[in-house]
Structure formats: structure tokens, C-alpha cells
Design a binder for this molecule. Structure first.
Ligand SMILES: NC(=O)c1ccc[n+]([C@@H]2O[C@H](COP(=O)([O-])OP(=O)(O)OC[C@H]3O[C@@H](n4cnc5c(N)ncnc54)[C@H](OP(=O)(O)O)[C@@H]3O)[C@@H](O)[C@H]2O)c1
Length: 244
């Protein structure tokens, strides 16, 4: 039996890094790249094992798109017994200016950020549960951020530039992830949030890690995760636990 994985937000940044990284692994056979605009998916002619990669239209805040992606992936895996082994929710945004004082944070930007990062992650997870249930490992890894930890936010508040709607959204990602982890532990799901580190992408142009380094760290953590990982927040840079 092969190992199948879906990564959301995978036309660029950490998501695309994960697609390349996972396709390169001999223990992974099907890599579904969820992208809201398939035309924006990069040319993968030179990517090793590109035949493992299938691009699927997936706008995570749109119910119809998410349902249609689940249907497409179910068909690709075989309607009867093929389940999805792992879901990595990587799609995320910072709507509006990245840095803004809390009292100046625009409510529309706040709503958009919460809608994609939190509600979108929830919508994808809940829609793919039936397929994940039939998978061999039942893993859901949500790409969160250390800044979604209230302990870390408190520790770093005076030295970091403020991005309150984003940090609040990642605290909520942690909370909804924990709700799933606690609810589905009884079905042997392994569900946890991961901080990818500070990674140089469009979202974080000053990031210090390359996408390749971060994707390799995340993939290592995700692939080796056992049931003890369920409901624990990890830093993929050093593999250590982050306090909520
Ligand atoms: N970079 C960092 O240092 C860092 C640190 C901590 C956490 N993170 C988290 O890591 C994840 C990936 O971030 P990144 O740095 O790779 O960001 P990025 O380069 O800006 O990529 C974001 C990805 O999310 C997709 N996306 C956004 N909204 C979407 C939607 N509604 N439906 C489907 N896809 C959507 C984008 O697709 P389009 O091209 O279509 O917009 C893009 O593929 C995010 O959850 C982010 O919060 C990043």
C-alpha cells in the first residue's frame, strides 16, 4: 500500500516546499497539491518523482471547492478502499499590513485572516475526515506559528513587531487543532500543530530558514509522528514542544 498526503496552499512557499520534499521520499506515493488557482502551480518538469504529484483545485474558505477536492482525491485513491494517510494544512494569510498596532488592526483584515487561517483549516479538516479515517495513519498536521502560543507571545511581545490579527488567528488554529486532537484520539488520529520556524517566503521575506530546510524538518516530524504527538504543539526546527 502506498502513502498519500494532501498539502493545502501548495503553489508556493512552505506548501510547495512540502510537495517537493514529500514527492522525493520513497515511502510516499501520492502527493496531492491543493491550490486555489491551479494555473499558479509552478512548472515541475525538473522536479524528481513529479509523477507522484497531482494538482487539485482547493480554495480552503470555499465549501464547494473543498468538497470537490475531496471528491477528486477520493476518486484518485480508489473509491472503495483508498484513504488519505495525511493532511497538512499549510495555506495561510496575513490580510492587510503585516505589522500593525493592536488598536489599529482593521476589522475586515481581522475577519479575512481568521476566515482563511482558522475557519478554512477547520473546513478542510472536517471535510477530509471520512477519507482520513480510511487512511493508514490518520494524521493531520496544521502549520501554526510559535506566535500563536500565548506563552511565547508574552515572552516576545516587547521585542517583536506587532501582527495581532495573525497571532490571534494562530492561537485559534492551535485551539481548533486541539479540539480535533482530543475528539479523535479515540479513533487513533494523530493531530497536532507545528511551527515551521521563521522561513523566507512571500509571507516572511526576512525569514532565516530556507523553504527546503523547513519543509524537510516538517516532513521528518510529520512522517515519524506517533500517537504521543497527538495534541502536542511542536517546533519543527528543533523538534521541541512549545508551550501553549
Ligand atoms: N514563513 C514563515 O516564517 C512562517 C512562520 C510561521 C508560520 N507560517 C505559516 O506557514 C504557512 C505557509 O506560509 P508561507 O510562509 O509559505 O506563506 P506564503 O508563501 O505566503 O504562501 C501561502 C500559501 O497559502 C495559500 N493560500 C492563501 N489563502 C488561501 C486560500 N484561501 N485557499 C487556499 N490557499 C490559500 C497561497 O496561495 P495563493 O498563491 O493562491 O495566494 C500560498 O500557496 C502559513 O499557514 C503561515 O501562517 C509561516
Amino acid at each position: 500500500m502506498g502513502f498519500s498526503v494532501l498539502v493545502t496552499g501548495s503553489n508556493r512557499g512552505i506548501g510547495f516546499g512540502l510537495i517537493r520534499e514529500l514527492a522525493s521520499r520513497s515511502d510516499v506515493t501520492n502527493v496531492f497539491a491543493g491550490v486555489r488557482n491551479p494555473e499558479s502551480f509552478p512548472d515541475i518538469t525538473e522536479v524528481p518523482n513529479k509523477e507522484k504529484i497531482q494538482v487539485v483545485q482547493l480554495e480552503i474558505s470555499d465549501k464547494e471547492s473543498v468538497s470537490s477536492a475531496a471528491h477528486t482525491i477520493q476518486k484518485a485513491l480508489g473509491d472503495n478502499d483508498g484513504g488519505l494517510d495525511m493532511l497538512i494544512n499549510s495555506a495561510g494569510i496575513i490580510s492587510g499590513p503585516e505589522y500593525t498596532q493592536v488598536e489599529e488592526c482593521d476589522s475586515e483584515d481581522f475577519i479575512k485572516t481568521l476566515n482563511v487561517n482558522v475557519v478554512g483549516t477547520h473546513l478542510v479538516t472536517t471535510t477530509f475526515l471520512p477519507l482520513l479515517r480510511r487512511g493508514s495513519t490518520k494524521k493531520v498536521i496544521n502549520i501554526s506559528s510559535k506566535l500563536g502560543s500565548i506563552s511565547e507571545l508574552t515572552r516576545l511581545h516587547d521585542v517583536m513587531r506587532p501582527l495581532p490579527h495573525y497571532t490571534t488567528s494562530k492561537a485559534a488554529v492551535n485551539s481548533i487543532t486541539q479540539s480535533y486532537a482530543l475528539t479523535y484520539a479515540k479513533e487513533d488520529f494523530i493531530i497536532f500543530p507545528v511551527c515551521p520556524g521563521y522561513v523566507k517566503t512571500d509571507m516572511a521575506p526576512s525569514g532565516v530558514l530556507t523553504v527546503e530546510q523547513s519543509a524537510s524538518n516538517i516532513a521528518n516530524l510529520a512522517m515519524k509522528a506517533t500517537k504521543e504527538y497527538n495534541g502536542v504543539f511542536y517546533d519543527s526546527v528543533d523538534g521541541k514542544i512549545i508551550n501553549w
